[in-house]
Design a protein around this ligand. Structure first.
Ligand code: ADP
Ligand code: MG
Length: 553
């Protein structure tokens, strides 16, 4: 089998103008970035009958990922093959996982978006623009303090951090402003990864440039010496920051290997942020397609819960069908198999691990929309394993379970799934919200923990208790909660696999994100700046004189 980048580089792509034209994007709406990438100018308020929305999520993954992106792309290509007007909406890859452990985010095998090398590396510069805007704000805050600090900002209570889009654990805690009177005011600071930045969340939740600016002005940057909140509007730099994002806010258009149109825009992680591509990209996919397929990050406990509770109310449309991706491999891992043995048949572990899938399916069913399980087939899965899993889904979970083989076969490998998903989308179903905005913060979190994770409550650290008090006092408790939690487990402990019972979620801190409009709850040992593994993917990458790339998966 060829590597992903080999398959991508051998693909005969169509000019992006042709891909755009197929779905009715006019020449006026297109800004080309070379021949195969474009940004589009699109006004989501131009009404048209909206397409059906399909949300792709998964079980708790292995470190490599379970193939949500691969399934999303395969499913799109299959609908395309069935002559449906289908448009994808995906997240942009972050250099953190590309250079680190997990790899890119452009699918795999014969289900990829192309050009995968460009998309995985800088793409159209959105993340660079976000990084610059984020750090411009950091510089402006410190400059304000340096020049007299009229706003009375307490340097010890600045909550705005600097960012970069590479895993760099050395920068988690830093001291800035060393070097004397002319080099700033020394204070403790720290870096997050760009995908965890509030600006990233805002880019993904904003519905127009005006909304983007409004949200940016509301962002909290810290507190004064007398504990009053300070926002971007107080510094009066919302104009400059919005300016830096004027192109980044426009969705990017590319194509799959089989020329299905795909918007790829924004990329918050689902473990430390809200995990969904931009609302503008999803709106564009719904506008131009009869079917729009979007992926939410990591397992359904993270990205999909946030799609339902944070994105859906702002998008004003809920998914017509939820696809839960499961693999035999990850279920064996969840059933206690050693990660080194996942290529070997192990029915015992599979039978133990299916409880993980059950909890994900039942969690999603609470939102009232049909759930379909996509069994993403790996070459190492045995027939007995696949048959067992399919029977379990049909008989025990009583939902449709369909094997998908798009990694090896592209769209052809997902025709059955496409038909099942279209059937599901045609079923009448009503969306049920998990919590209301005016539920208390504790109630919102309690509902997520008990109904989605299967736990029995929350424990707040004393720091979190103080933060809760402050948020209530300031009157900001009417916002949704964005849980920051490990992706490997329903609990906040990455080692507890399967479907653990009787556990509590430990909240270490609560952070106000007034521009994004949510409260982040940090749980367990989650970090907002990841580290690189012992053998980062970067060690295996290369490019030759002809531009041939190796090691990019
Ligand atoms: P996710 O979106 O869930 O994180 P991806 O679609 O990015 O997962 O897939 C994770 C990795 O697994 C990628 O390297 C991809 O090429 C690979 N992969 C996905 N599905 C298959 C499959 N059926 N067989 C082999 N490799 C696969
Ligand atoms: Mg993915």
């Amino acid at each position: 089998m060829k590597s992903d980048v080999e398959i991508s580089q051998e693909t005969a792509m169509e000019p992006i103008t042709k891909v755009a034209k197929k779905i009715g994007i006019t020449e006026d709406q297109i800004e080309q970035y070379g021949k195969y990438k474009a940004k589009i100018n699109f006004d989501p308020t131009t009404e048209k009958a909206k397409g059906k929305l399909i949300l792709v999520t998964s079980i708790n993954p292995t470190a490599a990922g379970e193939g949500k992106t691969t399934v999303t792309i395969g499913l799109g290509d299959a609908l395309n093959e069935l002559h449906k007007k289908v448009v994808l909406a995906l997240r942009e890859p972050s250099l953190g996982p590309v250079m680190g452990m997990k790899g890119g985010a452009t699918g795999g095998g014969y289900a990829q978006v192309v050009p995968m090398d460009d998309i995985n590396l800088h793409f159209t510069g959105d993340f660079d623009a976000l990084t610059e805007a984020n750090n411009t704000l950091a510089a402006l805050i410190d400059n304000h303090i340096q020049h007299g600090n009229q706003l009375n900002i307490d340097p010890r209570q600045i909550t705005w951090k600097r960012v970069m889009d590479v895993n760099d654990r050395e920068l988690r805690q830093v001291v800035v402003g060393l070097g004397g009177r002319t080099s700033g005011v020394p204070r403790q600071d720290g870096f997050d990864i760009t995908v965890a930045s509030e600006l990233m969340a805002i880019l993904c939740l904003a519905t127009s440039l005006t909304d983007l600016k409004k949200r940016i002005s509301k962002m909290l940057i810290g507190y004064t010496y007398d504990r009053q909140p300070v926002t971007v509007a107080d510094l009066h730099v919302q104009g400059a920051l919005t300016l830096l994002l004027k192109d980044a806010i426009k969705p990017n258009l590319v194509q799959t290997i089989e020329h299905t149109p795909a918007f790829i825009h924004g990329g918050p992680f689902a473990n430390i942020a809200h995990g969904c591509n931009s609302i503008l990209a999803t709106q564009a996919a719904l506008h131009f397609g009869d079917y729009a397929i979007t992926e939410a990050g990591f397992g359904s406990d993270l990205g999909a819960e946030k799609f339902m509770d944070i994105v859906t109310p702002r998008l004003q449309q809920s998914p017509d069908c939820v696809v839960v991706v499961a693999t035999v491999r990850a279920l064996k891992l969840n059933g206690g198999a050693d990660k080194k043995t996942l290529n070997e048949e192990n029915l015992d572990a599979l039978k133990k691990g299916v409880v993980n899938l059950k909890r994900h399916v039942e969690g999603m069913q609470q939102y009232g929309k049909p759930v379909v399980v996509a069994i993403n087939k790996f070459a190492t899965d045995t027939d007995d394993e696949l048959t067992y899993l399919q029977n379990y889904v049909t008989n025990e979970l009583q939902v449709t379970g369909t094997i998908i083989n798009s990694w090896a076969e592209g769209g052809k490998g997902a025709i059955n799934l496409a038909k099942d998903v279209m059937d599901a989308c045609a079923q009448p179903a009503k969306f049920h919200e998990l919590y209301a905005d005016d539920d208390s913060i504790e109630d919102k979190m309690e509902k997520i923990v008990t109904r989605i994770y299967g736990g029995n409550g929350i424990e707040f650290s004393s720091k979190a208790k103080n933060a809760l008090k402050r948020i209530k006092k300031l009157g900001y408790d009417q916002m949704p909660v964005c849980m920051a939690k490990t992706q490997y487990s329903f609990t906040d402990d990455a080692k507890q696999l399967g479907a653990p019972e009787n556990f509590k979620i430990h909240v270490s801190d609560l952070q106000l994100k007034l521009g994004a409009g949510f409260i982040v709850a940090l749980t367990g040992k989650i970090l907002t700046m990841p580290g690189l593994p012992t053998h980062p993917a970067a060690l295996d990458m290369d490019i030759d004189e002809q531009g041939r790339i190796t090691g990019l998966f």
